[in-house]
Each structure stands twice: as structure tokens, then as C-alpha cells.
Design a protein around this ligand. Structure first.
Ligand code: ZN
Length: 104
């Protein structure tokens, strides 16, 4: 069971003629420094109104992840699954006393 569930109904026209698709999306990093391409992002395509969009749950997933990882390690393109596998920096705080570990 995936973490997210794609609703079988179009967000825009309520049609049930939707299929799941993988799309490349372009995403601006939280610090606004640049945008990256995220390949194979789970998306919904509606054959009724032609809309292609990422469900709310996916958008939240990407935003959370970009916020919590070291985005400087990301090249200008990444695969959605790879992106989600990048360890979140927040975890480090459980083990470190302070964030002052940059130099010694
Ligand atoms: Zn639609």
C-alpha cells in the first residue's frame, strides 16, 4: 500500500475518467535559489478535461522532503523515489547536541 492514495476522481471536473501517470515536474527549492526537475512524479491525468496534476498528498510529500533535506546535494534532476529516499536532516538533531558541527 503506497503512502499516498490517488483519488479516482478529477480534482477539476469531478470526472472519473482519470489515469495515474508519471510526470516530470519542476519544483522551486524552499530557499528559492533554483528549480529542480523531479522525474517520475505520481500524477493524475484526466481524459475528460485534459488536466494533468499532482495530488495534494504528493505535493505535500515533495514540499516536506525538500524542506527537510540538504537540497544542495540534489542535482538539477532527480527521480521522485530517489528524492524521498534522501535522509532528512532533522534526524540528525536526535543525535547531536547542537547544530554547531560544521568545523572542529
Ligand atoms: Zn477533469
Amino acid at each position: 500500500m503506497p503512502k499516498w492514495e490517488l483519488k479516482p476522481i478529477c480534482d477539476w471536473c469531478q470526472s472519473e475518467q482519470v489515469v495515474e501517470e508519471q510526470q516530470t515536474v519542476y519544483w522551486e527549492l524552499p530557499d528559492g535559489s533554483r528549480a529542480i526537475a523531479i522525474n517520475e512524479t505520481p500524477s493524475v491525468r484526466c481524459s475528460e478535461c485534459g488536466m494533468i496534476y499532482q495530488p495534494e498528498s504528493i505535493i505535500r510529500e515533495i514540499e516536506d522532503q525538500l524542506f527537510l533535506i540538504d537540497t544542495s546535494s540534489i542535482q538539477k534532476e532527480i527521480n521522485f523515489q530517489q528524492l524521498l529516499q534522501i535522509p532528512r536532516l532533522l534526524k540528525r538533531n536526535y543525535f547531536a547536541f547542537d547544530d554547531d558541527d560544521t568545523c572542529s
